[in-house]
Design a protein around this ligand. Structure first.
Ligand code: CU
Length: 169
């Protein structure tokens, strides 16, 4: 290797070091942002998506169930349902077409229950509830008026009456 190449090589080394450290620090700041987001989740009870990223459960654009909620954490104006082996209570509720809906459901007996809709367009609107647990979800009501059936999809539960209707008008 001749002498003339040494200068460019050391410049290349310096540039490479700069890039590596820039990448390192950008990584560092995104980790700290991520920790901030996780803290926010811990404080506000947001849900995690399957990708592991925190999701805001009150965002109707991307319905995702909350972590378990205390009664005081259920927003004012939320539609509240309870589900037991006897069914949903209430088993019907009414919303306006296209409006933002916040729903909170509680498993009020010793069983695990779920809340899901029949309509495939509402697949994302689903809750899984351990015994005694309340969770919430926010979504846009369908723009199409009509009756949308919901139920608990734990095997055997719908058959014993765990179903209801969301009326969109
Ligand atoms: Cu059930």
């Amino acid at each position: 290797m001749n002498q003339n190449l040494h200068v460019p090589l050391s410049i290349i080394t310096l540039v490479a070091l700069f890039i590596v450290s820039a990448l390192f620090f950008s990584q560092f700041s995104s980790v700290s942002q991520r920790l901030d987001a996780l803290e926010k989740v811990a404080r506000e009870g947001s849900a995690f998506t399957f990708g592991g990223l925190p999701a805001d459960w009150t965002n109707p654009e991307a319905p995702a169930q909350s972590l378990p909620l205390e009664e005081k954490d259920v927003p004012n104006g939320a539609i509240k349902l309870q589900v037991t082996a006897q069914g949903f209570s209430p088993n019907t509720f009414t919303v306006k077409a296209g409006e933002k809906v916040t729903l909170a459901a509680k498993s009020a007996d010793q069983w695990v229950h779920t809340f899901v809709f029949d309509d495939p367009k509402l697949t994302d609107v689903s809750l899984g509830l351990a015994s005694g647990e309340t969770r919430g979800i926010t979504f846009f009501a369908p723009k199409k008026k009509g009756e949308y059936k919901f139920f608990c999809n734990v095997p055997g539960h719908r058959g014993r009456g765990e179903e209801g209707v969301m009326i969109v008008k």
